[in-house]
Design a protein around this ligand. Structure first.
Ligand code: HSE
Length: 427
């Protein structure tokens, strides 16, 4: 029986879940894969945490050098998160000839070129299924199963925290602030929720997924990003009346004119499969030129779902000697000549609060007309003559820059108290 030694860097939520899966399924893996996966070391400064999980004291390391010099360790699992010290530790492990399995999306997104180069130089494996969408096997699907396709687009709900918040706001009518507080109490949202609610987490994941899908590095800095903090229950309710659900979408498109990558809140028709992905669930909807539409759905976070992806990688690594690397030259930037579309096209939901006076609508529509914007729907709430009443427009597909220009002009109309919301509509 082939024995494969594993070390886990960090025994937090995901590290603990991974340890549990590896130890509880050890006998099963011997039978099914003919390998004995043994946790040889854990790197954890809070010793009591490791002991509580049942790790033998002699296996608890307090520095990376112990693990790098342990000949019994073949695979290092990095589940620490953040760039440093994770990057230094992963590079040290690769340089010591250990293969690495990581769940660290920020590290992989920002430094995959450096990590992969080091892995190739040392003939090691580098695996990162758990970095995107937790337990949902989307990386391997893109790297292997869908390779025969030109991937035309991917649409994803790839952040569980924001999906939980938007679902609660939609279903219960609670405000963003109220739901965020509740999500923090339940452990869905971090004490500092910025990475999730401002879309950074989704941007890192989209960078990794779209690089694999489009066969060129998509630096996260090329991705348009907008978070969910400006979304109000009022707009969610108006959207619902119009047949839309609100989601934080990660969008990647590879068209004839270039690549489009963006993360922002969007209304999607309730009949779209992604509209029923609720709570903290995630899903990725991929369209290939041959396969057509594929949707992968499941838990995007959590100890055991993320542990599932990590252990899948560990088993793959332990049973394959020809490791998989990127299908493109993995550099810091996109391949020379790659064109990114910034002035993308979308339909838009625009809500203004306007005085209910004769001629205001004419002023608004003349701005739309000047900016080349074609209105598909309009709803105006009843209101007294002087009050600022909500007026909502949904446009046909139009260019982002045209909408930005129209919004600036709308703000200059004295009868418009506020351009209260601009939300893209994706179909
Ligand atoms: N914070 C992430 C989310 C999970 O809310 O989806 C880890 O990527």
């Amino acid at each position: 029986m082939k024995k494969v030694g594993v070390a886990i860097l960090g025994l937090g939520v995901v590290g603990g879940g991974t340890y549990k899966i590896l130890t509880e399924h050890r006998e099963e893996y011997k039978r099914t894969h003919k390998i004995d996966l043994v946790v040889e070391n854990v790197l954890e400064l809070r010793k009591e945490r490791a002991l509580a999980l049942g790790v033998e004291e002699s296996k608890i390391a307090d520095n990376i050098a112990v693990i790098c010099s342990n000949p019994e360790v073949d695979i290092v699992i990095e589940v620490m998160g953040g760039v440093e010290p994770a990057k230094t530790f992963v590079l040290a492990a690769l340089n010591a000839g250990k293969s690495v399995v990581t769940s660290n999306k920020e590290l992989y997104c920002k430094y995959s070129h450096e990590l992969e180069k080091t892995a190739i130089k040392n003939h090691c494996g580098l695996f990162y299924e758990a970095s995107c969408v937790g337990g949902v096997p989307v990386i391997r699907a893109l790297l292997d199963n869908l390779q025969g396709n030109k991937i035309l687009s991917l649409l994803g709900i790839i952040n569980g925290t924001t999906n939980y918040i938007l679902t609660k706001m939609s279903h219960e009518g609670a405000s963003y602030a109220e739901v965020l507080k509740e999500a923090q109490k339940l452990g869905y949202a971090e004490a500092d929720p910025t990475a999730d609610v401002e879309g950074f987490d989704a941007t890192y994941k989209l960078s990794i997924l779209s690089s694999l899908a489009f066969h060129t590095k998509i630096p996260y800095t090329k991705i348009y990003r907008e978070g969910i903090t400006g979304i109000t229950v009022k707009d969610i309710q108006y959207g619902k009346q119009m047949g839309y659900a609100i989601k934080l979408l990660a969008i990647g498109k590879n068209g004839d004119n270039g690549i489009e990558v963006r993360v922002h809140p969007a209304f999607i028709p309730v009949e779209h499969p992604l509209a029923s992905v609720n709570d903290s669930y995630n899903a990725v909807y991929i369209t290939g030129d041959s396969v057509e539409d594929v949707m992968l759905y499941g838990r995007g976070a959590g100890a055991l779902p993320t542990g599932s992806a990590i252990v899948g990688d560990v088993i793959y690594c332990a049973t394959h000697s020809n490791y998989r690397y990127s299908t493109f030259e993995n550099t810091k930037d996109a391949a020379p000549g790659t064109k990114f579309i910034e002035n993308f096209e979308s339909a838009y939901y625009i809500r203004v609060n306007a005085s209910n006076r004769t001629g205001v609508l004419a002023k608004i529509t003349s701005i739309f007309s000047r900016c080349g914007i074609n209105v598909a729907k309009m709803v105006q709430e009843d209101g007294s003559d002087s009050a600022a009443v909500p007026v909502i427009f949904v446009t046909h597909k139009t260019k982002e820059h045209s909408v930005n220009k129209a919004v600036e002009e709308l703000k200059a109309i004295p009868e418009i108290a506020k351009v209260a919301a601009v939300i893209r509509v994706v179909s």
